[in-house]
Design a protein around this ligand. Structure first.
Ligand code: SF4
Length: 317
């Protein structure tokens, strides 16, 4: 079962490792110069993660951080065996690094992300089964970031995760807003698909409830923290970044639809991963502008990205 990946980033995307290179310098070159599906980044605290960026999605979010991955980047096709080999190779190399050892960092997470992993569900499950048999399994948590739509439609066999014995698995259902209008605006897709997001979460949550290894979590799938700092030419520009609707009004991510409240929040608290909107390399700036307003020095810039506000300010000062 072949999986399709696409990574715009470096196989060592954690800056301290990328800078060093050392004996495994090949991993510090741009992704397209070699064919590794695994990339190492910092998750949180002292925990590093191996990231797998799958290619292809059934939504078209305006703010999509993986837009270039979806629509521009080349495909990297891999068997489950090849993917596991890449994961284990990354873990081995990172774990041997002097800086990692000295500062007590360790690889604790493998993350399926990028675009939408459920579009290649059979492949993902095969990768997990193989990884589950590896010597690393008991030290790892796998995070699968999904929009949950195919699970809600009954089109993937998520029950297959049950055969995993040693890995911990988190299925993070990434909600594109908290009501139908927000979903439609942010994802550029019919609002009725939001009901499938909800249904996907509910089905998976109820199925795995009480399972010690598998956890299903609702997550707000858009960075929205207001406070933001652009660093440029050794200067820092502090601003507020708002996620806005088509009329330029700030979106309220506590304005839940009734069914979201009754079906999702009654089961588990929504996780708000607090981070501001970012101009990732992989976004489409023309589309992302639609959902962003910046407040800087008392002035509100509608449909303008943070870096563009800084450019305007520098031009005029
Ligand atoms: S943000 Fe995620 S769900 Fe939305 S289009 Fe991009 S890859 Fe798909």
């Amino acid at each position: 079962m072949i999986g399709i990946y696409s990574n715009l980033y470096y196989p060592t995307r954690w800056v301290p490792l990328k800078r060093r290179g050392l004996g495994w310098h090949r991993c510090c070159k741009v992704y397209e110069e070699h064919e590794c599906a695994a990339s190492c980044g910092l998750a949180e605290g002292k925990t590093l993660e191996v990231v797998l960026d799958v290619k292809g999605c059934n939504l078209n979010c305006k703010y999509c951080w993986g837009w270039k991955m979806r629509l521009e980047n080349n495909e990297l096709r891999k068997t489950p065996e090849e993917v596991v080999k890449d994961i284990l190779c990354q873990i081995e190399k990172v774990s041997k690094d002097g800086l990692v050892k000295k500062r007590n960092y360790r690889v604790g997470i493998v993350r399926f992300t990028g675009n939408e992993p459920s579009l290649q569900w059979e492949h993902v499950v095969e990768v997990l089964k193989l990884l589950d048999k590896s010597g690393e399994a008991e030290k790892l948590k796998v995070i699968i970031e999904t929009n949950g739509i195919l699970a809600g439609m009954g089109k993937i066999d998520f029950q297959k995760l049950e055969s995993i014995e040693n890995l911990k698995v988190d299925v993070d259902v990434s909600f594109k807003g908290v009501n139908y209008e927000q979903f439609e605006w942010l994802s550029s897709m019919p609002g009725k698909l939001f009901a499938y997001q909800i249904e996907g979460f509910v089905r998976m949550f109820d199925y795995f409830e009480g399972n010690e290894k598998i956890s299903v979590n609702p997550v707000l799938g858009i960075n929205h923290e207001e406070n933001y700092c652009v660093r440029r030419n050794r200067k820092e520009y502090f601003m507020k970044v708002e996620i806005i609707d088509a009329k330029g009004n700030k979106l309220d991510f506590y304005d839940y639809s009734k069914d979201f409240e009754e079906l999702v929040l009654s089961r588990k608290e929504l996780r708000y991963d607090e981070a501001p909107f970012r101009e990732y390399f992989g976004i489409n700036k023309n589309r992302a502008r639609f959902v962003v307003a910046v407040v800087y020095k008392g002035k509100r810039y509608l449909n303008t990205l943070p870096s563009e506000v800084v450019e305007l300010f520098e031009e005029n000062s």
